[in-house]
Design a protein around this ligand. Structure first.
Ligand code: COA
Ligand code: AMP
Length: 632
């Protein structure tokens, strides 16, 4: 048995000892009574019950006062605006304490929720850490979501305040946030009391008396607030993620277990040491941003790069290499789609040669399946280990990865390697049996899950049980399907629900369908994820019109495309739809989305025996041809 096997076995056979040791790396106001509280098993497990701690203290004060005061905590690099900034641990602690002071003056106390709707600027991290400092529960909403999505989250989280900015910036356009936030408040009135706004040069927010506060003026005037001890089991944040319906799931993250797992992962999974420069090229609106732009690097005493730009076009496909060289990045984490975009613009990787990447040690990819071509291209051009790893919003840190800080294993293209210590991953069939190696099944994790994994959904214990625990009693259902090989390598092949993955972003086809169905001319609809060479998948809509509707199909398609952009946001990347006479269904009325997706992808498929009318599939194929599917 190798070192990894030993560590893995202990993490399963002696969970409590394993995680208690890891917890020793952090500071606690009060030690736990129990490492793992399983008194509400089989559904609810809590880590470090009885302990008190503060995540912000461990991420900032511990380092600011412990010899890292002058080290950069954040390097803000914004090719889209041409701005750069280095913020030391001391300075960041000061800003966060003042921001926490502003929240306190607004009456926000432990347990209150605060929504953060911000672009990739340092204030976003300051806002998150300020909430953590006083025990307020933050909920970050990705800037690419429109008013309706923001309103849904406001209604569910019931925040007392929103921390925001005057605008986001996308290539070629400035996105003023005020209309988006005001639109959301119109849809969810009477909940939010205060708004604190960072004014950016590119657009102004008109402050409304009594409700709005200017970020800079408020922070300058505020008294710094101290860290408030919270229970390890208290929520640090709620992050909404796509489920099968339009109502997103509020994934709850606690304080104690989250700190412990994230800190452990920095050395053991990513092989990064305190003081080194870590860069997750994602967005604070996603879990990758929460875990690996903000919390994990800071908990570990690293410098984190906060990048406001795109892999291509800001200004070119060499931006990533420029950032790595300028700041001495050792480890980059991004989504495969970013590399597909770079590869498309610079297939020979010529721009890479223009930069000094001597400090760069490893590339980690996650967020979607990493296709072997992209993996091979990155390995060939960068000449560093390229590590595909697999996890999700619900877990907050990797479930499967090559653990580079323990014992690197050979890479097998198409696999994120083996289960990470703490996760007892099994592939299960409908009869609850573990399937033989090499056979597909539902990828599940035997309970209890390790620290940081969601203890429940926000205000929705029953939905938590129904969504994740009910189908495979004793297991957590990841929602992914795949197989495990003889060496324990996991292959994540597809989702078993209606979630699709577009440019590394998780989207619900059900949510898009709800928007399409709201169009007055649409009687029935379906949305599938069709393969896309750049973004992995793209949503495609099928519309059946109400009887008697006699309008131009193209007009209706244009309208529904706009509707999705306005209601969900540009991030849905919904641009393709077609009007069909009927949808293919089983005799019991279930829409055959999987079969439609196979047709769109040009894959062989078996006509389902339960289909009510097989001739519909030819019609669907004709329609798809009309909008360019299958591609290539
Ligand atoms: N605010 C407002 N709009 C946003 C936004 C934000 N924060 N993020 C994206 N959008 C918009 C884009 O401008 C685009 O608008 P458009 O339809 O007018 O062109 C739309 O949402 C779709 O965005 P995206 O899917 O990201 O496509 P893109 O063409 O702008 O960029 C990539 C393609 C591959 C360069 C980009 O997706 C990327 O960098 N991906 C990296 C992966 C990543 O960060 N994943 C996160 C999880 S790790
Ligand atoms: P999110 O919660 O947005 O991070 O999305 C998580 C989902 O993305 C997972 O459940 C998978 O479907 C997919 N995913 C993430 N990482 C990988 C990976 N390395 N390989 C395959 N799929 C992945």
């Amino acid at each position: 048995m190798g070192k990894l096997d030993d560590i893995y076995r202990r993490s399963i056979d002696d969970r409590e000892g394993f995680w208690a040791d890891a917890a020793g790396e952090l500071e606690w106001h009060k030690r736990w009574d129990k490492v793992l509280d399983d008194s509400r098993a089989p559904h609810f497990y809590r880590w470090f019950a009885g302990a008190e701690c503060n995540t912000c203290y461990n991420a900032l004060d511990r380092h600011a006062d412990g010899g890292r005061g002058d080290q950069a905590a954040i390097i803000y690099d914004s090719p889209i605006t041409g701005r750069q900034k280095r913020i030391t641990y001391s300075k960041l602690r000061d800003k966060v304490a003042r921001c926490a002071g502003v929240l306190t003056e607004l009456g926000i106390v432990k347990g209150d929720r605060v929504i953060i709707y911000m672009p990739m600027i340092p204030q976003a991290a300051v806002a998150m850490l300020a909430c953590a400092r006083i025990g307020a529960v933050h909920s970050v909403v990705f800037g690419g979501f429109a008013s309706n999505e923001l309103a849904t989250r406001i209604k569910d989280a019931r925040p007392r305040a929103i921390l925001t900015a005057s605008c986001g910036i996308e290539p070629g356009r400035v996105i003023p946030y005020q209309p988006l936030v005001e639109g959301a408040l119109d849809l969810a009135p009477g909940i939010v009391e205060s708004i604190v706004v960072t004014q950016r040069e590119e657009a102004a927010w008109t402050l409304r008396d009594g409700r709005d506060h200017d970020w800079k003026a408020a922070l300058d005037a505020a008294a710094p607030a101290a860290c408030v001890p919270v229970k390890a089991t208290d929520p640090l944040y709620v992050l909404y993620t796509s489920g099968t319906t339009g109502q997103p799931k509020g994934v709850v993250r606690d304080n104690g277990g989250h700190m412990v797992a994230l800190k452990w992962s920095m050395k053991n999974v990513y092989d990064v040491d305190p003081g080194e420069i870590f860069w997750a090229a994602s967005d604070v609106g996603w879990v990758v941003g929460h875990s690996y732009i903000v919390y994990a690097p800071l908990l570990h005493g690293c410098t984190t790069v906060l990048f406001e730009g795109k892999p291509v076009g800001t200004p070119d496909a060499g931006t990533f290499w420029r950032v790595i060289a300028d700041h001495g990045v050792t480890t980059l984490f991004t989504a495969p789609t970013a590399f597909r975009a770079i590869k498309k613009e610079d297939p020979q990787g010529k721009l890479i040669g223009q930069y000094d990447l001597s400090k760069f040690r490893a590339l980690f990819l996650a967020g979607e399946r990493c296709d072997p071509d992209t993996l091979a291209w990155a390995q060939d051009k960068l000449k560093v280990p390229v590590i595909d790893h697999w996890w999700q919003t619900e877990t907050g840190w990797p479930m499967a990865s090559n653990c580079m800080g323990i014992e690197p294993l050979p890479v097998k293209p198409g696999s994120p390697t083996r289960a990470v210590p703490g996760y007892d991953v099994q592939i299960i069939d409908e009869k609850m049996n573990e399937v033989p190696r090499g056979q597909m099944g539902a990828i599940c994790v035997k309970l209890p899950m390790p620290p940081s994994c969601l203890p429940t959904l926000w205000n929705a214990d029953q939905r938590f049980i129904d969504s994740y625990l009910a189908d495979y009693p004793g297991f957590y259902k990841t929602g992914d399907a795949g197989y495990m090989d003889e060496d324990g390598y996991i292959y994540v092949m597809s989702r078993i629900d209606d979630v699709i993955n577009v440019a590394g972003h998780r989207l619900s086809t059900g949510a898009i369908e709800e928007v399409l169905a709201s169009h007055p001319d649409v009687a029935e609809c379906a949305v599938i994820g069709a393969e896309d060479a750049l973004k992995g998948q793209l949503p495609v809509g099928f519309l059946v019109l109400k009887a008697g509707v006699d309008r131009d199909d193209a007009e209706i398609v244009t309208e529904v495309v706009k509707l999705v952009r306005d209601q969900i946001g540009p991030v849905a990347a919904f641009k393709n739809a077609t009007v069909v006479k009927r949808l293919p269904k089983t005799r019991s009325g279930k829409i055959l989305r999987g079969t439609m997706a196979s047709i769109a992808d040009g894959k062989d498929f078996k006509t389902p025996a339960t289909i009510d009318d097989p001739a519909i599939l030819d019609e669907i194929a004709e329609n798809l041809k009309g909008i360019g599917y299958p591609k290539g």
